[in-house]
Write a protein that binds this ligand. Structure first.
Ligand code: GDP
Length: 176
């Protein structure tokens, strides 16, 4: 049950994308996942073990494209997961979540696993969006939810694991 594009000994290869306003911390989250962070990198790989399966995830970053133009459908093509990131200290980035969701749902596959990520949780003193608001929106839109700090590496691993585990569930149900 392997993926033919798995070069190493992994059982699955998943593509996932990072989405959200510029400045919310997407590239910092990505660099946390990569063992060798690189400036200007457009995607990172991360191997994760779920049960007895080794899953290789390829995580794509917009690499600043969101500043200049709409992200095209090719960005979403083949993606099974999305981390939709906002900044808990910037209300406008939270308000734009619905805009990003609309885009993900327009271009992405209908069963894409979407995790809503409230980043910069280390900046509690400048918080503009409560954790409760994030959780409520996630419930309303049927998304997973977690707050992270890419700076202090809090819950980054957990967000990732939650997404990959859910994707794995969906993929294995489909292949039954
Ligand atoms: P992107 O445009 O979404 O890729 O955002 P970046 O990863 O470039 O981050 C934008 C700015 O926010 C940078 O100055 C980062 O150092 C800062 N930043 C990112 N994540 C965090 C975080 O968790 N906490 C804090 N305090 N700053 C962060």
């Amino acid at each position: 049950m392997g993926d033919s594009s798995c070069e190493e000994e992994c059982d699955y290869l998943f593509k996932a994308v990072l989405v959200g306003d510029s400045g919310v911390g997407k590239s910092n989250l990505l660099s946390r996942l990569d063992s060798k962070p690189t400036i200007g990198v457009e995607f990172a790989y991360r191997n994760i073990r779920v049960g007895d399966k080794l899953i290789k995830s390829q995580i794509w970053d917009t690499a600043g494209q969101e500043r200049f133009r709409a992200i095209t459908s090719s960005y979403y093509r083949g993606a099974l997961g999305a981390l939709l990131v906002y900044d808990i200290t910037r209300r406008s980035s939270f308000e734009n979540v619905t805009k990003w969701l609309y885009e993900i749902r327009e271009f992405g596959s209908s069963d894409m696993v979407i995790v809503l990520v409230g980043n910069k949780s280390d900046l509690g003193h400048s918080r503009e969006v409560s954790e409760e608001e994030g959780r409520s929106l996630a419930e309303l839109e049927s998304l997973c939810f977690m707050e992270t700090s890419a700076l202090e590496n809090i819950h980054v691993e957990a967000v990732f694991l939650a997404m990959v585990t859910k994707i794995h569930q969906i993929v294995s149900q489909k292949s039954l």
